[in-house]
Every structure is written in C-alpha cells, then in structure tokens.
Design a protein around this ligand. Structure first.
Ligand code: DX5
Ligand code: ZN
Length: 217
C-alpha cells in the first residue's frame, strides 16, 4: 500500500485532456469525476471520453461515478479502461452485486460516502470492496472548502478496517491541499484526490510531491 496522490482532471482543461494527464506525470492515479446532472447538479463526461483518455495515458484511471444508477454503468467503466471504479452508496441499489461485477472485470471496487452518510451500515460489506471514498465536500464541484466534520468518519472507517483485519484503501476527496492533507493522513487516509490544489499550482508535479511528503509525515 502506501500513499497515493490522485489529481482530479475536473480542474484540468477538458479540451486538452491528454496533455493535462501528461502534466501530472508524478501522479499515482488520475481521478476522473463522472457527473450526470442528476445525482449531483453538474455534468462532466462519460464512457467515450474515459475510453479515449485510457488510451492516451499510462497513469491508472480512478473513476468516481457521481451518477444515478451506478449499478447499470459501473462495469462499463472497467471495460473503458478504469483501474478503480467508485460508486456512491446513496445511489446504488445493489452495492454488493455492483462491487462484485467491478472486481470480476478486473478493477478495484470502491464505495463513496457523501459527508452526511455514515459508514457503519456498510460494515458487513467492507470485505467486498478494495477502497472506501470518504467525501470531504458535498460532491459536484471542485474548489470547495474542506469539511473538517468529515475527519471523525475517516477515523471510524480506519477503526472498522482494523477491527476486521481488512486492508482497504481509504480515499479522501474534496478540498485536499497542503493545508488539509496532514489531518486526513493522521486520521487514516492513504489515497488523496486533489483537483484545484494540483492544477492551479505553477508546477503541478512539484505540488504532487509536496502533498506526498506532507501525507507521509
Ligand atoms: C468533487 C469531485 C472532486 C473534485 C475535487 O465532487 O469529486 O474529485 O475534483 O476538487 P478539489 O480538490 O478542488 O476540491
Ligand atoms: Zn471525485
């Protein structure tokens, strides 16, 4: 395992995605936010663009599906080239079946929790997953302020994983920056999505290394 830094292309120039992926060559994973204007009030991209992006970069694609009916769409994102596919439990009708389908097709399966969604109801299905994504902003937009109220949930997630002897990744998404990343790492997170912090930096790769250093402590 170890710290993973995943820049979000939501903050990139969508007309130049291949170049924008290349601009963050130090990234461990590239975070791709799929929004459908129903689950969240914003619209981004879908399968054809993910398919093209997967061919244009060697960096593993970390798909974050902020869409209704992820049960129907998640497996297609694995076929499109994703290394991990994250669905929101709030929108998923059959999270265990969906996680199994993602894994069967060869990607990491992850479930995402909005800030007000507790982790405890999902304790018994954690073994079906490779990763938990804990949102630290309300999903939908980049550049929002980090919600400190989400930190206890990171700690509770880590405690549940320890209790069951599971080694899932804990991914944090929203408002991650040089100012907030240490708190998340201390709480138990090990995968860090950063959109605006990386893409607004003068040197995105230097910012990735700065974030990595802070998270490693
Ligand atoms: C927001 C997306 C995030 C977004 C994060 O709903 O899921 O991945 O890109 O952007 P920052 O890092 O700017 O908060
Ligand atoms: Zn995201």
């Amino acid at each position: 395992m170890g710290i993973q830094i995943a820049p979000s292309i939501l903050s990139a120039d969508f007309a130049r995605l291949a170049d924008e992926a290349a601009a963050v060559s130090n990234a461990d994973w590239l975070h791709v936010d799929v929004m459908d204007n129903h689950f969240v009030p914003n619209l981004t991209l879908g399968l054809p663009i993910v398919e093209s992006l997967a061919k244009a970069t060697d960096t593993p694609l970390d798909l974050h599906l902020m869409i209704e009916d992820p049960d129907r769409w998640a497996p297609g994102y694995v076929e499109a080239g994703a290394s991990s596919v994250t669905f929101h439990v709030e929108a998923c009708r059959a999270p265990i079946r969906t996680a199994r389908e993602i894994r069967a097709k060869g990607a990491r399966a992850a479930m995402a929790l909005k800030p007000a969604t507790p982790i405890e109801p999902y304790e018994d299905m954690l073994s079906e997953l490779d990763m938990i994504l804990i949102m630290t902003v309300e999903p939908g937009f980049g550049g929002q302020k980090f919600l400190d109220i989400c930190l206890p949930k990171i700690r509770r997630a880590k405690a549940l994983l320890d209790k069951h002897g599971l080694d899932l990744w804990i991914e944090i998404d929203g408002g991650v920056s040089a100012e907030t990343i240490e708190r998340c790492a201390e709480a138990g997170a090990d995968v860090f999505v950063a959109g605006s912090a990386v893409y607004a930096a003068d040197d995105p790769n230097a910012m990735i290394e700065k974030l990595r250093g802070l998270a490693e402590g």
